[in-house]
Ligand binder design. Structure first.
Ligand code: NAP
Length: 206
């Protein structure tokens, strides 16, 4: 499960847990991304901080692991490239790349989508509010164009977004219970998301 995880929150964790349970995954590997390409953002936590927040967020779940394959690279990272690398590390694994319904809409615009769809099954986590019809149509279009293998997972609608969490923190509004305590403690200790507090900035994408 890739993500900017800026910061990670319960929506991400429940999404991963739902995918693991419904598909029967033996492990979920969290991949905080490194430098990213599409949108410039201010007040973003550094790759190292996003890795650490994610590591803390998943630390009480034996099924969850974290990889620094993207955060340590120092380069712009692309999903197809990460999947190539993971394929060499976990030689006999079958990969499911877990994405939210929003991401499915854009995957054919990502770099080298053909290779992405060759290297993994995409597990789309549908939330209430997303039209199933629209999702199924998009999945069919990706199957037609790339021979993509796409499966669907359901989860309760968790109305939490990283953007909203950052706004709340900046404005001193409580975010307790929206993300794991350990992650929140790290955010407070490091003064993250209070204006200009990021260790450094990188850019995001979508
Ligand atoms: P993100 O904002 O941190 O979110 C990670 C995932 O969690 C997304 O799939 C997102 O789905 C889902 N999510 C967020 N809030 C949720 C909630 N409340 N309930 C359920 N699910 C929720 O990460 P991102 O920036 O979208 O990046 C996702 C992955 O796509 C990363 O691995 C990134 O590297 C990859 N990506 C690759 C390329 C490329 O290779 N060119 C381009 C763009 C992204 P939604 O998208 O539906 O919010």
């Amino acid at each position: 499960m890739g993500g900017t995880f800026d910061p990670p929150h319960l929506g991400h964790l429940i999404s991963a847990e739902s995918a693991a349970a419904q598909i029967g995954l033996s492990k979920v590997l969290f991949l905080p991304n490194g430098k990213t390409v599409y949108k410039q953002r201010e007040n973003i936590a550094s790759p190292k901080q996003r890795f650490e927040m994610t590591r803390l967020a998943i630390s009480d779940n034996d099924l969850f692991e974290i990889s620094d394959i993207e955060t340590k690279s120092g380069q712009i990272t692309y999903t197809f490239d990460t999947l190539e690398k993971l394929n060499l590390i976990y030689k006999n694994a079958h990969f499911f790349f877990i994405v939210g319904a929003d991401s499915l809409d854009y995957m054919d615009k990502w770099k080298n989508p053909k290779r992405i769809f060759e290297l993994c099954t995409v597990a789309v986590v549908g939330r209430a509010g997303f039209s199933q019809d629209k999702l199924k149509k998009k999945a069919q279009a990706l199957k037609d164009e790339f021979n993509a293998d796409i499966v669907f997972v359901t989860m309760p609608n968790i109305e939490i977004s990283s953007t909203d969490l950052k706004k709340r923190i900046k404005n001193g509004i409580s975010v307790r219970y929206m993300l794991p305590d350990l992650t929140l403690r790290y955010i407070k200790k490091n003064g993250l998301y209070i204006e200009n507090s990021g260790e450094n900035s990188d850019d995001g994408r979508k």
